[in-house]
Design a protein around this ligand. Structure first.
Ligand code: ARG
Ligand code: ZN
Length: 876
């Protein structure tokens, strides 16, 4: 079935309250659900009540205490249809059913992970717990009673506040939780088990005392400290930046080790993949700390953007996700370095969202059709969705944006809203017309803006010509003209900025140029020296710019732009230019040479003491192999890309060796490890320098030494990667891997790093290593983190290994997708998305990729998740 946005209809029945009783048992959990229901005014009195259900065994149904007649209860295969219900009056509907948490391998609904009962309901998991109109626009007040064995489950948690606990005899006990805020079923949560807790508290701006609790495996409480600190900072930040306070007396987070995604914002009871909760210097890297901070914030911010105001239907997913990602991006930017955070965001957007938007799985930020909603928790909905919100903030300015957000919270609190509702708030609060802008929600594909410029010294006029287009995407052949806001600057030879006396041909507000036509010629008058156009500062618009800027101009921007992000952007574009040329040379069988000015500019940036170390680390990081592939676009030979990139890297390392060695010595972080952004930046810079120096020396010596000296996971894992990827045959590489495994064999989250380090070692031989690791004691197909760390990392992060010329990598992935699909369709479908760029490969590899996809498509039993991805990947 394909669901379409245009088919949306309000539900016939309104559910005001949901009373749930769970009698927990691993093999047969009884769920008694009593709904307080009324017919929506105007709905026919004979309309049946249709409820969703999936793998739920029905026991009985009664209305106002009377068992329903058998002929009025139809099991449809994906739920229930109840007929002959009261026509006018509200009624109470009680459904008794059974589920088996222990056998729930999909990790959707109620399942057990390491002996802990837990739930995941978004998007359509609640129907795997009980029969219910499982759609986000049905908002009800929930009361949850949990009964369980006291010994195995001393802890009984659900949404809201705990209002009662007691003993049931025979070793069982119960707790009752009440959540006063009406919510959709996807925000329901229940946790029961034996866990340790880290406790703290928070006083909100208006004086509400909130108990904060983070539940983790016993003995790991101390590892939740950074998550707790991040939570308190998030709560304060949302008050200060958006005026949003927390609204219950308790906020709980539970960390579980089997989880399909990162985390889930269930009301008052967030459930997290433990990867995004647990940290201490021995087990977590700087990147892990930054992720924990961001994801704790993300889920907390959902309390207002997602929970208090939710989505009318799943087509509107970006309403909560894009907005909440934007909010967590801003939070991290405020907590850390804004430009460095922005660089990381843009790298991630280009690495994940741009290829999605350019391939067969491309879809609008707000899709208008889907077969399986789980497949739409994508980089486009999340990251491009966030960029669209960022553009609204650019268009309206900080004050206008805040006014629109205030109106949104005010107007839609307690409702299930749409993108139209959201945009109307900004228009009504500021008067700004978003009529053309809203196409960003509906048109898929990354817009391309082609630019050319001329400066005429005689008339002192600078002219820039722009042409925009949006590539065709599946289901959208023709595109309309978009409103593209571009921050810009005209950088003069001395590094200062030109201030034109007049601009014609486009609207300009502050430093934003508004492209609103297919082609536009913009004249800047009163420009007395030749300027270099710095376009799309801050990566204000998520577009591809085609602009043949001279290397000298890019170098000028990289050295003189006032905006640090723009300096990085220019340097990155320059490096990309050189890398693409190097790949062409490599494929033609020539020797790769490197424009010396690129190396000089990179070295000068590394040496620039006015820049923070984290920025200098970013400046030194060349575009990755997948980035280069995306830039080249078609007929991709991953081996040539790898070889060319390695050659360029080596030249830069050799050219800068002396300076890099001197700089590395100034980047010490003495004393105890601290995860703060400044220290992390020094470590990142030191590791970037070490990589170049190791290449220059053609020796693993520095990495061996660093590995031996490391006293924290960041300093340990970086040389491990360096050894495994650059010196895989060396004694040091094998010794380091062995030492690492020995030290951390009891800590699966750290073993994931060990698996990934090996899975991403370049070259055709890695596939055999991956197969071997799958046979080893550390791998399990049933744990999503292990699958992602080994198979996911191999497919997504090892271009030469996965795209082996003989097609063995694709065949392997197909086998694994099929093997995992039977147990966990979401994980299988996600794994398969790593094939999305198959058409851009050179012909031989493309043929092998198609064969692997066709083999999956031909399997007799596929989940709807994998069916949807494989069909679209082959068709697009
Ligand atoms: N809402 C969660 C978040 O953004 C993600 C839930 C994803 N669930 C799913 N079934 N794909 O943090
Ligand atoms: Zn989210």
């Amino acid at each position: 079935t394909t669901f379409q946005l245009s088919d949306y209809r309000e539900s016939d029945f309104i559910v005001d309250a949901v009373d749930l009783t769970f009698r927990l048992d691993p093999e047969r959990t009884e769920v008694v659900s009593t709904l307080t229901v009324r017919r929506r005014p105007g709905v026919s009195p004979d309309a049946p009540f249709v409820l969703d259900g999936d793998e739920v065994e029905l026991k009985s149904v009664s209305v106002d205490g009377q068992t329903m007649a058998e002929e009025d209860v139809a099991e449809t295969g994906n739920g229930l249809r109840l007929s002959n219900l009261p026509g006018q009056a509200a009624f109470s509907l009680t459904i008794t059913s059974e589920i088996a948490p222990e056998r729930n391998t999909q990790l959707m609904g109620l399942y057990r992970s390491s002996g802990v009962y837990t739930t995941q309901c978004e998007a359509e998991g609640f129907r795997r717990i009980t029969f219910f109109p499982d759609r986000p626009d049905v908002l009800a007040v929930y009361t949850t009673r949990i009964e369980a064995d006291r010994e195995s489950a001393p802890l009984l948690l659900a949404n809201g506040n705990c209002i009662e606990t007691g003993d049931l005899g025979e070793g069982r006990h119960y707790a009752v939780w009440h959540d006063p805020h009406p919510k959709p079923s996807y925000l329901f949560a229940l946790v029961a088990g034996d866990l340790g807790v880290l406790e703290d508290d928070f006083t909100t701006a208006s004086g509400r005392e909130v108990a904060l609790k983070i539940y983790v495996e016993h003995g790991k409480e101390a590892r939740a400290a950074y998550a707790m600190d991040s939570l308190k900072r998030s709560m304060r930040w949302d008050e200060e930046r958006f005026g949003r306070e927390y609204d219950l007396d308790i906020f709980m987070i539970v960390a579980v080790s089997d989880f399909n995604m990162g985390a889930m914002e269930n009301k008052g009871l967030n459930v997290f993949n433990d990867k995004y909760v647990l940290a201490d210097p021995e087990i977590a890297t700087d990147a892990d700390y930054a992720n924990i901070e961001a994801i704790i914030a993300h889920e907390y911010f959902h309390n207002w953007t997602g929970n208090r105001i939710t989505c009318r239907d799943w087509f509107q997913l970006c309403l909560k996700e894009g907005l909440t990602v934007y909010r967590d991006h801003e939070f991290s930017a405020d907590q850390r370095s804004r430009p460095v955070k922005r660089i990381a965001e843009v790298r991630l957007l280009k690495a994940h969202q741009f290829p999605e938007d350019a391939g067969p799985l491309a879809h609008p930020v707000r899709p208008d059709r889907y077969r399986e909603i789980s497949n739409f928790y994508t980089a486009t909905v999340y990251e491009k969705g966030s960029e669209v919100v960022r553009m609204i903030a650019t268009l309206l300015g900080e004050d206008g944006f805040r006014k629109g957000m205030d109106l949104y919270f005010d107007r839609h609190d307690g409702e299930a809203a749409t993108i139209e509702d959201f945009l109307a708030c900004f228009e009504d609060a500021t008067g700004f017309d978003l009529g053309q802008f809203r196409l960003w929600y509906d048109q898929a594909g990354t817009p391309v803006v082609s630019v050319s410029t001329v400066w005429d010294p005689g008339s002192r006029r600078f002219t820039a010509s722009f042409e925009q287009s949006v590539p065709a995407t599946p289901g959208q052949a023709k595109k309309d003209v978009m409103h593209i806001p571009l921050r810009f600057g005209l950088v003069l030879p001395d590094g200062s900025e030109a201030e034109p006396t007049s601009v014609t041909g486009a609207r300009v507000t502050d430093d934003v140029l508004h492209l609103t036509q297919r082609s536009q010629t913009v004249q800047f008058d009163g420009v007395s020296a030749r300027p270099v156009l710095s376009l799309n500062r801050g990566f204000c618009a998520p577009i591809n710019v085609h602009f043949e800027q001279a290397p000298a101009d890019l170098a000028h921007l990289a050295r003189h732009e006032s905006d640090p992000f723009a300096r990085w952007q220019a340097l990155n574009a320059y490096a990309m230019r050189v890398l693409v040329e190097a790949v062409a040379k490599e494929r033609a069988g020539g020797t790769v040479d490197v424009d010396p000015a690129l190396a000089e500019t990179m070295i000068a940036t590394a040496e620039d003491e006015t820049l923070e170390p984290a920025f200098r680390a970013q400046a030194l990081a060349l575009p990755g192999e997948n980035d280069i592939a995306r830039e080249i676009g078609n007929d991709i030979d991953p081996d040539a890309i790898f070889a060319a990139r390695r050659a360029v890297q080596t030249v830069i390392g050799k050219t800068g060796a002396e300076i890099f060695a001197r700089l590395a010595d100034t980047m010490e972080t003495p004393g105890a490890y601290s995860p703060d952004a400044a220290s992390a930046g020094k470590r990142a810079f030191r590791h970037a320098l070490m990589t170049y120096l190791s290449l220059a020396d053609a020796s693993p010596a520095r990495a061996n030494e660093a590995f031996a000296a490391a006293d924290n996971m960041t300093d340990l894992s970086q040389p491990l990667l360096l050894l495994a990827h650059f010196f895989p045959e060396s004694e040091g590489a094998n010794a380091a891997l062995a030492t690492f495994e020995e030290r951390f064999h009891d800590t699966p989250l750290v073993i994931d790093k060990w698996l990934s380090a090996q899975a991403t070692a370049p070259g055709a031989a890695t596939l055999e290593r991956v197969r071997m690791l799958m046979e080893g004691e550390h791998f399990s197909r049933s744990n999503p983190n292990r699958v992602r760390a080994l198979i996911g990392a191999f497919a997504a992060g090892n271009p030469t290994g996965f795209n082996r010329a003989d097609g063995a990598g694709f065949a392997f992935l197909a086998d694994e997708v099929l093997a995992i699909d039977g147990r966990n369709p979401q994980v299988a479908a996600r794994l398969l998305t790593t094939m999305r760029s198959w058409r851009s490969l050179e012909e031989g590899r493309r043929r092998h990729a198609r064969a692997a996809l066709e083999r999956i498509a031909a399997a007799d039993k596929l989940s709807s998740d994998v069916r949807d991805i494989v069909d679209r990947t082959l068709a697009g």
